[in-house]
Ligand binder design. Structure first.
Ligand code: NAD
Length: 281
């Protein structure tokens, strides 16, 4: 029988722990503060930003909300970021991606002070992760490490295969698994004989962006499978990149969608916000 890795319960436990930490900070007069910037009215982004604000409220983090019109120029956005970088009462800055096409995302990410880069997307944060120095880590991969550890999945010495090499999931995930002493292979759209490679995995992490692409033929018997994908099917049901019903019986543990990796991403953002206080004081 396989274990379902319950991201909802684990993220709730993590948020409860952070709430205790923030209460203690408050008793010493410190209130962590996250500035959230949303440009335009993309419906998915609006939902994500709403969920982030709700999580802040639960934990006791102050959130400042900047909801800017689609027509905002790159200069206006950079000016706001500069202002928030210089504001000592703001610990973390988050710009919800994707940005409207006329704004260069790389320039915006680079403008955020690495000390306030709670998304972990700044090149300095990524570089620090690469050479094993302290810095913010991208929330989704950091959340997966937390999920594995809190589910007692041993990582050291295991064969880990990651499908996907994006800057926000696949690449940082590979660096984190290396840091945990796994033997890491990264697959992508040009990988030949994908199933042959993924069948080696003790831990298979899937971040492809294609609904239910990974079926049982890609999975070694008894592997741990982590599904990062999230897709809304017709009729509004959610699914991941893994065909859960087909794959789950062949695993020792697997994350569901919804209720697996997703809730951890926000919880880790909150963790980064709480940790950012010590970097900014
Ligand atoms: P992306 O599109 O940036 O990257 C997808 C990667 O998959 C690429 O590196 C590509 O090479 C690889 N790929 C595509 N087709 C492939 C194939 N046929 N075989 C092997 N590799 C293939 O996506 P992303 O931003 O990394 O996101 C991946 C998925 O995870 C999406 O569904 C996204 O919505 C989801 N996601 C979820 C969370 C969360 O919090 N749960 C966070 C980020 C992303």
């Amino acid at each position: 029988m396989y274990q379902i890795i319950d991201g909802k319960a684990i993220s709730t436990a993590l948020k409860e722990e952070l709430k205790v930490k923030v209460d203690e900070m408050k008793s010493h007069g410190t209130v962590p503060c996250l500035a959230v910037i949303l440009v335009g009215e993309d419906p998915a982004s609006t939902v994500y930003v709403g969920n982030k604000k709700k999580a802040c409220e639960f934990i006791g983090i102050k959130s400042l909300s900047y909801e800017l019109p689609e027509s905002t120029s790159r200069e206006e956005l950079l000016e706001l970021i500069e202002k928030l970088n210089a504001d000592d009462s703001v610990n973390g800055i988050l710009v919800q991606l994707p940005l409207p096409k006329h704004i260069d995302e790389d320039a915006v990410i680079k403008a955020i002070s690495p000390k306030k880069d709670v998304d972990g997307f700044h090149p300095q944060s990524v570089g620090a992760l690469c050479i094993g120095q302290p810095g913010f880590v991208s929330c989704t991969p950091a959340g997966i490490i937390e999920l594995l550890k809190r589910s007692n999945v041993e990582i050291e010495g295991k064969e880990c295969v990651i499908i996907g090499r994006s800057n926000i999931v696949g690449k940082p995930m590979s660096l984190l698994m290396l840091r945990e002493n796994a033997t890491v292979t990264v697959c992508h759209s040009r990988t030949k004989n994908l199933a042959e490679v993924t069948k080696r995995a003790d831990i298979l992490i899937v971040a492809i962006g294609k609904p239910k692409m990974i079926t049982a033929e890609y999975v070694k018997e008894g592997a741990v499978v982590i599904d990062v994908g999230i897709h809304r099917l017709e009729g509004k049901k959610l699914c991941g990149d893994v065909d859960f019903d087909d794959v789950a019986p062949h695993t020792s543990a697997i994350t569901p969608v919804p209720g697996g990796v997703g809730p951890m991403t926000i919880a880790m953002l909150m963790k980064n916000c709480v940790e950012s206080v010590s970097l900014n004081s």
